[in-house]
Design a protein around this ligand. Structure first.
Ligand SMILES: Nc1ncnc2c1ncn2[C@@H]1O[C@H](COP(=O)(O)OP(=O)(O)O)[C@@H](O)[C@H]1O
Ligand SMILES: [Mg+2]
Length: 438
């Protein structure tokens, strides 16, 4: 079978890498692909958001049998619906939720209402369409409050307000951006106390299969969770302290009811559902594999990913659930970013060390790189990922940092504390709190 992967970054590279190991697959195309994927797949110059060109491409490549859509923008634009409509008469499996199911990520208001209606534990909230409604709610609440746009905004649609003045300031800014008006409400919610972890579940519309461990992302640019938010600077997994049974119980609490309700509403969710938890509450649902979470779970999956994707497309996860194997090991994905990221990433620095021999069970994934005549150079904010696997999470973390010493470029940024939470007593208390809530 031939496969098209729609995802521009390191997650796309990680997916292509795992898909290339499948005995069911003999050719992989990328939309658009990057310097890393050219070794295992065929890059195209088709952007991940250029639906028309993607459809044209699949029309010509008659042997494509599966399309994997992992990025949020094309899902929100309805790429899955467009493919399904266009290729009704061809046997193509499209992995990813359609536009109506992926609304759970795109619209915070929809997602919060869904959680509330299904009794999923989430912070108290209101949906405000006007400044007056917003202030009226905020005035009765304790601070801080979190104010969330009701659309995708490149991961920058959430602001924290410490008092009523800040609520007003933030909302004025959203109004200026055209992101808050009668047609575009905001969600205003209370703080969820506790530690943040990511769960991921393959879903086939009715049933689901949990990635059997939780992961911990590190979202800000600086150590100690300081500085502006990024797309994610590193992930470790499994988060120690949560057993497979705990994860299954979290699945019953945060995946099962939502999946059931989406199906009841006529939006069966097929693809990967990614609940973001903070303490015992759900912050949000994403409708795709996390980036960089996927880099970690893919490195720990022993079974054939394509078999699982096909089962989640054909609504028979139940048949393969018990046969999916995972490595009993720890993994760390360390993100190397460019100078100025996330505000103003600087491109053009030459990357050295890419040909170094890496420690065993370690690989590099490309995100923002490109080749000129002689060199590989920085071409984006998140530049490279180092993924290391070892017997324990701690060893994997050490190995990832050791590997980073081999890769050099001017302005290289990385966090120095990826996975330090594992030995932090506050973090472990937070995990205990999650355990005691299930
Ligand atoms: N209710 C909340 N309590 C505490 N922190 C929050 C809350 N809502 C959001 N955050 C913080 O803001 C980040 C982004 O919010 P999230 O709902 O995940 O939106 P998105 O990922 O779409 O930007 C979270 O990872 C978390 O750190
Ligand atoms: Mg989030």
């Amino acid at each position: 079978m031939e496969v098209l992967v729609v995802d521009p970054g390191a997650r796309g590279h990680a997916l292509a890498r795992k898909i290339s190991e499948s005995s069911l697959v003999d050719r992989i195309f990328m939309a658009p692909g990057n310097t890393g994927t050219e070794e295992i797949a065929e890059n195209t110059d088709i952007s991940h958001v250029d639906l028309e060109s993607q459809i044209d491409f699949v029309r010509k490549q008659k042997k494509i049998g599966m399309i994997v859509v992992a990025a949020d923008d094309p899902l929100a634009m309805g790429v899955v619906d467009a493919f399904e409509e266009e290729f009704k008469d061809r046997d193509i499996k499209i992995w990813g939720p359609n536009q109506s199911a992926s609304k759970i990520e795109r619209s915070k208001a929809f997602s919060k209402q869904l959680m509330k209606s299904q009794g999923v534990d989430t912070a108290d909230f209101t949906i405000a369409h006007t400044m007056q409604e917003a202030i009226r709610y905020a005035d009765t609440q304790s601070f801080p409050l979190f104010i969330k746009m009701d659309q995708l905004f490149g991961g920058k649609g959430v602001s924290k307000a410490e008092d009523l003045f800040e609520v007003e300031d933030i909302l004025c800014k959203y109004i200026g951006l055209g992101r808050f008006n009668r047609d575009n409400p905001v969600v205003i919610e209370q703080e969820s106390p506790g530690v943040e972890i990511s769960l991921q579940a393959f879903c086939d519309g009715e049933d689901y299969l949990m990635v059997p461990f939780a992961m911990k992302d590190h979202k800000t640019i600086y150590d100690g969770d300081k500085g502006p938010m990024t797309g994610g600077m590193g992930v470790i997994g499994p988060v120690p302290g949560l057993s497979t049974e705990d994860i299954n119980r979290l699945g019953e609490k945060f995946v099962a009811p939502v999946l059931r309700e989406l199906s009841r509403q006529g939006r069966p969710f097929r693809g990967m559902l990614y609940p973001g938890l903070r303490g015992s509450q759900c912050l949000e649902y994403n409708a795709r594999p996390g980036d960089p979470e996927a880099q970690v779970w893919l490195s720990l999956m022993s079974s054939d990913l394509v078999e699982v994707m096909l089962a989640s497309h054909e609504c028979n996860l139940v048949d393969i659930k018990d046969s999916i194997k995972w490595r009993k090991a720890g993994a760390c994905c360390l993100v190397l970013a460019s100078r100025g990221y996330p505000e103003d990433p600087q491109k053009g620095a030459i990357i050295e060390g890419l040909a170094s021999s890496l420690p065993a069970d370690t690989h590099l994934l490309h995100a923002g790189t490109k080749k000129d005549e002689k060199n590989t150079i920085v071409d984006g904010g998140r530049v490279l990922n180092i993924v290391a696997v070892d017997d324990s999470v701690e060893e994997a973390i050490n190995k990832a940092y050791q590997t980073s010493g081999l890769i050099l470029f001017d302005g290289k940024q990385q966090r120095g504390d990826i996975g330090q939470c594992v030995t932090d007593s506050e973090f472990n208390k937070g995990i205990e709190q999650i355990k005691s809530s299930i």
